[in-house]
Design a protein around this ligand. Structure first.
Ligand code: NI
Length: 135
């Protein structure tokens, strides 16, 4: 089994805020991320697929095609958006990086061809914080 990773990038705004809590509790739990008027991140998205190399191409899957699928189905929905307000698959959810990787996985899986399996979604929110999801 060979694992192939494609890196994509998007910028987006969000805030972490639980509407069932008081403002004080949100600030206590989420700190600066609860800022009422939003803040942004430069997200780095690593999508890893797995499979066996095709005998005719030597590829597990064409990374250019993988990139097009990720751009069309994920990046175009998230880039320069407000994650809390603009993204249908995050409606009603806390826009944490954890919930984002689960949503990205669910959006992506139906659009991948049968010959490859999604292995992981890794998302860097900052250069020092990332979240991984294996389905
Ligand atoms: Ni944040």
């Amino acid at each position: 089994m060979v694992f192939v990773t494609r890196l994509e990038h998007f910028n987006a705004a969000h805030k972490l805020y639980n509407p069932n809590w008081t403002r004080e509790k949100n600030e206590e739990v989420f700190g600066a991320c609860a800022n009422e008027n939003w803040h942004g991140h430069n997200y780095q998205l690593y999508v890893t697929v797995k499979g066996e190399p095709d005998p005719e191409t030597g590829f597990v899957y064409d990374v250019k095609k993988l990139s097009s699928i990720i751009k069309e189905k994920i990046v175009n929905q998230l880039d320069h958006k407000n994650l809390n307000m603009d993204v249908p698959f995050l409606q009603g959810k806390l826009c944490s990086t954890e919930n984002l990787v689960i949503g990205i996985w669910q959006q992506l899986v139906p659009h991948l061809p049968k010959e490859v399996q999604l292995h992981s979604i890794k998302l860097y929110e900052t250069p020092r914080i990332y979240v991984e999801y294996f389905g």
